[in-house]
Design a protein around this ligand. Structure first.
Ligand code: DOR
Ligand code: ZN
Length: 345
C-alpha cells in the first residue's frame, strides 16, 4: 500500500463563483488545501479592492467550521482598471495578484482587456510594486485555430510584454502546450505556471471518446499528446517554476450538456488524488510536495503550510453528481469512478 505524507498543498487557481454555487464548492477546496488563489470572473467581475474584500468575506462564510483556509484574492483587469486602487488594495493585503483575461477569451471575460497596450500604466505599477500578473494566455482572434491560441499568445503577446517590462512577475495560468512551458522556463526567475489535472491526464481525444464529452471541455482546450507529455515532464521534473493550480471551474450539468456548453472542469472534490495519480504513474512521488506545496508559496513570497497531510493509494468513491441548492447538479472529474488516492490523516 503506497502512502505519502506532505505539507498541506495550496491551489493557485480556483473558481468559486458566488451564491448557492459558492456554498456548494468552497468546502471541497477548503478541506483539501490551505490557501487558494481565487479567480475574479464573477458577474459583475471583481474589479476593485472593495469588491474583493466583500467577496472574500462571502467566501469565508462558506468555509466549514474547524477548517483553516485562506482565500487569496485577485483583481479582474479591464481597460479601465485604476492603478491606484489596485496598488492600495495590494498594500492593504486584499489583492494578492491581478488577472488578465483577454476580452472574450473564456467564461465571463467580456469585460476583459482588449489590448495590453491599453493597460500599460497598470502593468507598470504592478511591476513597480511586485504585484504578479496572472494571464489567461490565449489570443482571441477568431481566425486563429483554437488549438494554437496559447502558443500564439506566448509568442505575440507575452514574450514582448516580458521584454517591455523586465521586472514584471507573471504566472502563465493553466499552461497546456510545450510552447507555454518553454516560455516559462526561459523566464523562470520571474515567471511561474500552473498546470491543471485534466491537462496532465488527458489529451484532446478525451473530448470525443465514443461521442462528444462536454465535461472534458475547458479553456484552454485539451491539446494533442505531445503537449500532455511535455506538461507531465514540467510538473514532475522538480522545476520550481511549475506549481499546482486546478482551474476547478464548476458549471451546472445542464449548462455543460447544452447546444453551446460552458467551458470548465470541476475538479475540486478529487484534485489532490488526480495529481497524485499522475505523479505515481511518472514514478515521481518524491517530486509531489515541491509541485503541490512548495513551489507556489515560493513564487508568491509566502511560507509553505506547516501542517502535514497523508494520502493513501486506494479507491475512494466519487459521487455521480453533486446538488447545487435547487439550481441543478455538478458533475466532477472522475464522477462515478473510484478516486485513485484518499486522504487518510
Ligand atoms: O475552462 C475554463 N473555465 N477556462 C477558463 O478560463 C474559465 C473557466 C470558468 O470560469 O468557467
Ligand atoms: Zn480559470
Amino acid at each position: 500500500m503506497t502512502k505519502l505524507t506532505f505539507r498541506r498543498p495550496d491551489d493557485w487557481h480556483v473558481h468559486f463563483r458566488d451564491g448557492d454555487m459558492m456554498r456548494t464548492v468552497v468546502p471541497f477546496t477548503a478541506r483539501a488545501f490551505g490557501r487558494a488563489i481565487i479567480m475574479p470572473n464573477l458577474t459583475p467581475p471583481v474589479t476593485t479592492a472593495a469588491m474583493a474584500q466583500a467577496y472574500r468575506e462571502r467566501i469565508m462564510a462558506c468555509v466549514p467550521q474547524g477548517v483553516s483556509f485562506t482565500p487569496l484574492m485577485t483583481c479582474y483587469l479591464t481597460d479601465h482598471t485604476d492603478p491606484a486602487d489596485l496598488v492600495a488594495g495590494h498594500k492593504a493585503g486584499i489583492f494578492t495578484a491581478a488577472k488578465l483575461y483577454p476580452a472574450h477569451a473564456t467564461t465571463n471575460s467580456a469585460h476583459g482587456v482588449t489590448s495590453v497596450d491599453h493597460i500599460m500604466p497598470v502593468l507598470e505599477a504592478m511591476a513597480e510594486h511586485g504585484i504578479p500578473l496572472l494571464t489567461h494566455g490565449e489570443v482571441t482572434r477568431q481566425e486563429v485555430d483554437i488549438f494554437d491560441r496559447e502558443a500564439r499568445f506566448a509568442e505575440e503577446i507575452l514574450d514582448p510584454l516580458l521584454q517591455r517590462l523586465p521586472t514584471l512577475r507573471v504566472v502563465m495560468e493553466h499552461i497546456t502546450t510545450e510552447e507555454g512551458a518553454s516560455l516559462v522556463r526561459a523566464n523562470k526567475e520571474r515567471m511561474g505556471a500552473t498546470i491543471t489535472p485534466q491537462h496532465l491526464l488527458y489529451n484532446r481525444n478525451a473530448l470525443f471518446q465514443g461521442g462528444l464529452r462536454p465535461h472534458m471541455y475547458c479553456l484552454p482546450i485539451l491539446k494533442r499528446e505531445k503537449h500532455r507529455l511535455a506538461l507531465r515532464k514540467a510538473a514532475t521534473g522538480g522545476e520550481p517554476c511549475f506549481f499546482l493550480g486546478t482551474d476547478t471551474a464548476p458549471h451546472l450539468r445542464h449548462l455543460k450538456e447544452a447546444d453551446c456548453g460552458c467551458a470548465g472542469v470541476f475538479s475540486a472534490p478529487v484534485a489532490v488524488a488526480a495529481y497524485l495519480k499522475v505523479f505515481a504513474e511518472e514514478n515521481a512521488l518524491d517530486k509531489f510536495e515541491g509541485f503541490a506545496s512548495l513551489n507556489g508559496p515560493r513564487f508568491y513570497g509566502l511560507a509553505p503550510n506547516e501542517e502535514r497531510v497523508t494520502y493513501e493509494q486506494r479507491s475512494g468513491r466519487i459521487a455521480e453528481e453533486i446538488e447545487v441548492g435547487t439550481q441543478g447538479k455538478l458533475v466532477a472529474l472522475f464522477a462515478g469512478e473510484p478516486a485513485p488516492w484518499v486522504e487518510v490523516a
